[in-house]
Write a protein that binds this ligand. Structure first.
Ligand SMILES: [Zn+2]
Length: 460
């Protein structure tokens, strides 16, 4: 028996203990004695002048580019290849660096690690990214603490919250097996003061117990995928339920559609704010109390370039988001193509007084919701691709209530066993359905050059 099956068959108090231990471990990684000071410094920087930001970014960038060109194998090889080809350009200028594709990161993850990484404790992250490409990423303690200080400052503190407040989260973790049809559909994580709600059990019959849990655990704010929160909001409105007061709802990981925002706001009677980020931590943004999506210039340097050429786009045009991360110096990602399209916006000065630039609207990252035979809405299925499978890219299509089609591009190590594992993973989430796997050389793209990870052809 592995850990997961022991957890799944354990009574609730044992699950709470397991989740809380994990939470306590994560807390040690994410926060330390210096965290509060970091938060204060970040909140101060929010009011810097444009010139101050420019000087600061140039400074950070200079160190980063030097480090990468000299001590990171992937980039060192890239520059020596350039030199052999007669290219004498200077690595000190960002413009001279090529665009980094996700595929390079997927294929050679360890070559992005700085050469002395063996002497540090690293945290390994698995992610599906935004396009379904599975990635392996590493962070050290310093990076983790910087990142969580930024989140604390610009998500919680901006809205009068702190990490000491009790909160609930809808995420991709399967905290409750889908076969379970009685509450609790959550687990309390005392280590992070967090109620982890299953995103896989949102259906009419379970609505009352979800809302009771939010009240019982005195949840102050809620964080989750817009798709999961909107599914819950629809049920609350349909069933005309009363929700105990929530201070704020924070959405992440997916694009927040205006319709979803309205639905969630109406059902919970509270403010909804959106955030932007990715596990690669090469860029981030969050909404301020005045509704502006502010970029975080100390997380990364961002560019928006044309989809076919590497030319910056004009205001009003949509282009590829390219990011150079500034906080993970043990795994530098330089001019990294995240996979999102963004519309370049005119710079505005926000009434909140912060000098942080406004981020343009995301122009593609639409994951559809799937629906199970029991009427459950399943949001982002990305976690399936977080499992270490030899798959380059994948797309899940719900053809009808009985058939799920998975289109994928196999990696070299792909075998018949991979197929079976994948079928199992899909059924674990969606229930007893036919799963058809199609191995392809390339997956179809939308007009904007991207493709959708999840498509539902089922009419609501
Ligand atoms: Zn603002």
């Amino acid at each position: 028996m592995n850990f997961k099956s022991i957890y799944n068959t354990s009574p609730y108090p044992i699950r709470v203990m397991a989740a809380s231990l994990r939470g306590a471990y994560l807390r040690l990684w994410r926060y330390g004695w210096g965290s509060e000071k970091l938060v204060e410094e970040i909140l101060d920087r929010d009011y810097w002048s444009i010139e101050q930001w420019q000087t600061w970014q140039e400074n950070q960038l200079e160190k980063l580019l030097y480090l990468a060109a000299k001590h990171v194998p992937f980039y060192r090889d890239l520059w020596s290849k350039k030199r052999r080809g007669g290219d004498r350009s200077n690595p000190a200028y960002l413009d001279n660096w090529p665009i980094l594709k996700k595929e390079d990161l997927r294929k050679f993850p360890k070559t992005f690690l700085i050469e002395n990484y063996k002497y540090q404790y690293l945290n390994e992250e698995h992610t599906s990214g935004t396009s379904g490409t599975p990635l392996k990423l590493w962070r050290n303690h310093k990076t983790e603490q910087l990142w969580y200080a930024q989140f604390e400052a610009r998500v919680r503190r901006w809205h009068g919250l702190t990490r000491k407040d009790r909160w609930a989260i809808f995420g991709g973790q399967m905290v409750v097996p889908t076969t379970q049809n009685k509450p609790p559909f959550w687990v309390w994580n005392a280590g992070l003061n967090q109620l982890y709600l299953s995103a896989y059990h949102i259906q009419k019959e379970n609505l009352k117990s979800y809302l009771e849990a939010l009240a019982k655990y005195k949840v102050v704010y809620l964080l989750g995928y817009p798709s999961a929160l909107a599914a819950l909001a629809v049920l609350i409105t349909e069933e005309n339920y009363h929700v105990s007061p929530i201070k704020l709802i924070i959405t992440n990981a997916e694009m927040l559609l205006p319709k979803q925002r309205q639905l969630i706001q109406d059902a919970f009677q509270c403010r909804v704010i959106n955030t932007y980020g990715m596990s690669e931590i090469a860029a981030a943004a969050s909404e301020c109390p005045f509704g502006t999506m502010h970029l975080w210039p100390d997380t990364g340097i961002t560019e928006i370039i044309n989809k076919d050429s590497n030319v910056p786009v004009q205001i009003g045009e949509s282009g590829r988001l390219i990011c150079t991360g500034l906080i993970n110096s043990i795994m530098p990602l330089i001019r990294y193509e995240v996979g999102d399209m963004v519309i370049k916006e005119q710079a505005i000065s926000c009434s909140c007084g912060r000098s942080l630039p406004n981020m343009g609207e995301i122009d593609g990252r639409l994951d559809d919701l799937l629906i199970t035979k029991q009427g459950r809405f399943i949001g982002r299925l990305g976690p399936i691709f977080k499992v270490d499978l030899p798959v380059k890219e994948a797309q899940i299509i719900q053809e009808n209530m009985d058939l799920i089609r998975v289109k994928l591009v196999p990696a070299e190590e792909y075998t018949i066993d991979t197929r079976q594992t994948l079928i199992g993973l899909v059924r674990e989430r969606i229930g007893d359905v036919e799963v058809e796997i199609e191995e392809l050389e390339r997956l179809p793209r939308n007009a904007n050059g991207k493709f959708r990870t999840v498509i539902s052809k089922v009419k609501r």
